[in-house]
Design a protein around this ligand. Structure first.
Ligand code: NCD
Length: 301
């Protein structure tokens, strides 16, 4: 049976652990064996919003488990002729594909597509609410670095309000027992958070206690016009630069899901420095997505 991955809360603590464990196992698997895991499966990629790393990462992950990908080009499709997304999904579905990987600007779209599609539906980032594979890869990156995350203090800093990465990281990291702090100016802070997650506007007092910090860009494309943002003030209070990093404990690491706005939320020296785990995140992304595809596509055809 195909399975959907819409958000991490539905996957649950045990489901998250199984996928991360499998992602680690797949590293050891000989290539020929790995490529049989989803051999013959056919996936359609529907990236209806800009994406660089997530799209390429899913494509590579599919190849690594032997699945084939058809890339849907929204701009060259019948969506431009007024066809609704649900009719597009029904049409592709009638061709008997095994699954969809969906990136969309609206929060609820993956769930709506999952209601229509018989195949697996994998959320590759939707609206401001969920980016489950990013939550998984961030957790894998932090576990590789810090081991068990129980009791670890992790700050997610920047535009947490509009960030689906923040939303999924909160779930992935809290379920691992980490103490998560969302740090943002009031206009970029989340209105509600799960129990146990801390919110605040001050970064500096937290720095000496942090085991890891996840920096986020300001998602200008999602900010309503009436919200006035003091960019200089943001840089002044939140930018992670060498001096701030120096106030964190020695083993603390820096994550960023990308795309980075260098000179805004993160300085060049930190992004490219020895404490940055940004490239590890990207590498782990392919591993985690391969495990997700295996889980959702349910074996070879
Ligand atoms: C994020 C996204 O698109 O949700 N990037 C990503 O997938 N790694 C974050 C962002 O756009 O800032």
């Amino acid at each position: 049976m195909p399975k959907d991955l819409i958000d991490l809360a539905s996957l649950g603590a045990a489901g998250i652990e199984r996928i991360l464990e499998r992602a680690r196992e797949l590293r050891q698997l000989p290539r020929a064996e790995r490529e049989r895991l989803c051999a013959g499966r056919e996936l359609v990629h529907l990236f209806l919003e800009p994406s660089t790393r997530t799209r390429i990462s899913f494509e590579l992950a599919a190849r690594r488990v032997g699945a084939r990908v058809i890339d849907f080009d929204g701009d060259a499709s019948s969506l431009r002729k007024g066809e609704s997304l649900s009719d597009t999904i029904r049409t592709i579905e009638a061709m008997e594909v095994d699954g969809f990987v969906l990136r969309h600007g609206e929060d609820d779209m993956p769930r709506q597509v999952a209601e229509i599609a018989a195949g697996a539906v994998i959320n590759a980032g939707a609206g401001t609410t969920a980016h489950p594979t990013q939550g998984l890869l961030d957790r894998l990156t932090l576990e590789e670095e810090l081991g068990d995350l129980a009791g670890r203090r992790i700050a997610i800093v920047g535009d947490v309000r509009h960030s689906r990465v923040a939303a999924s990281d909160v779930v992935a990291l809290s379920l691992a027992g980490a103490q998560v702090h969302l740090v943002a100016p009031p206009e970029l802070q989340r209105e509600s958070v799960p129990d146990g997650v801390e919110r605040g506007a001050e970064l500096d007092p937290l720095l000496p206690e942090l085991d890891a910090i996840v920096m986020l860009r300001i998602q200008r494309e999602r900010i309503r016009e009436e919200v006035s943002l003091d960019l200089d003030g943001f840089v002044e209070r939140y930018q992670l630069h060498a001096e701030r990093l120096g106030r964190m404990p020695d083993g603390a690491v820096v994550l960023h899901p990308g795309p980075m706005n260098r000179g805004v939320e993160i300085s060049d020296a930190v992004a490219d420095g020895p404490r940055s785990r940004i490239h590890d995140q990207v590498r782990h992304g392919v591993e985690v997505r391969a495990a997700v595809l295996e889980h959702c596509l349910d074996g070879p055809r």
